[in-house]
Design a protein around this ligand. Structure first.
Ligand code: SAH
Length: 221
């Protein structure tokens, strides 16, 4: 991007990533496909250069426009629940920094991602091809509407706190498809896995408490 020094992946960065993977593994993430992607992807590429030292802490971090890059453990947990393999078509709501989208691409998924903030959309839609992730399709829009022109998807990942399951997005999910969504009010949400049945109905399972920025309606200019 604008600051090339931030785009160097040094031995030190690689070492810090190995430590981060260990921390995430100890917290219970065992999926090798997920751990491998976290170890490979330089998270500091998604930070402004003045904050590089925070990139390998297991913490969320501000990315501008009042939004955050999720904690690495949360990215790993959602990626594990999503259960993707090579060629899986994934719709992500909340592109943000593009880190989660890149992790899914490294896991073999074909990623479509929507962001409602123009500034973040513009920045990330330039960053991803610069990093070599040409297959990730970025869209500026309201994730509540999904991407009907590209549906159906095998998986839908929501990376913002949703007050309820968006029915329009369930419609864009394949039968046997999975949606991973943090459900609940602004202060705390329950990570929820929604599996769509062949008849269009769905069932839910709950996977612990998390905190996300809210999923807001309509585009921000
Ligand atoms: N997945 C991101 C984390 C993003 S934080 C990453 O890896 O960095 C949540 C993001 O969801 C924010 O960028 C926010 O602007 C976006 N968002 C919130 N509501 C949205 C909506 N209705 N449609 C699209 N994006 C939305």
């Amino acid at each position: 991007m604008s600051k090339p020094a931030a785009m160097i992946d040094s031995f030190r960065h690689k070492g810090l990533r190995k430590q981060l993977v260990e921390i995430i593994r100890r917290k219970g993430i065992t999926d090798p496909n997920v751990l491998n992607a976290i170890e490979k992807l330089p998270r500091h590429f998604f930070f402004d250069s003045s904050f590089l030292e925070y990139a390998y802490e297991d913490k969320p971090f501000p990315i501008g426009a009042g939004q955050t890059i999720s904690q690495p453990y949360t990215v790993a947990f959602q990626s594990m629940l999503l259960d993707v393999s090579k060629g899986t078509r994934v719709l992500e709501i909340g592109t943000g920094s593009g880190y989660q989208a890149s992790i899914l691409a490294l896991m073999g998924a074909k990623v479509f991602t929507i962001e409602r903030h123009k500034i973040l959309y513009t920045k990330t839609s330039q960053l991803l091809p610069a990093l070599g992730y040409h297959s990730i399709k970025t869209f500026f829009g309201d994730g509540y509407k999904g991407l009907p022109a590209y549906a159906p998807f095998d998986r839908i990942l929501i990376t913002a706190a949703a007050p309820a399951i968006p029915e329009k997005l369930i419609e864009q999910l394949n039968p046997d498809g999975i949606m991973v969504i943090p459900l609940g009010p602004d202060d705390v949400q329950t990570m929820t896995v929604v599996v769509k049945n062949k008849d269009g109905s769905y069932q839910k399972s709950e996977h612990g408490a998390f905190r996300f920025v809210p999923m807001l309606k309509d585009k921000e200019k």
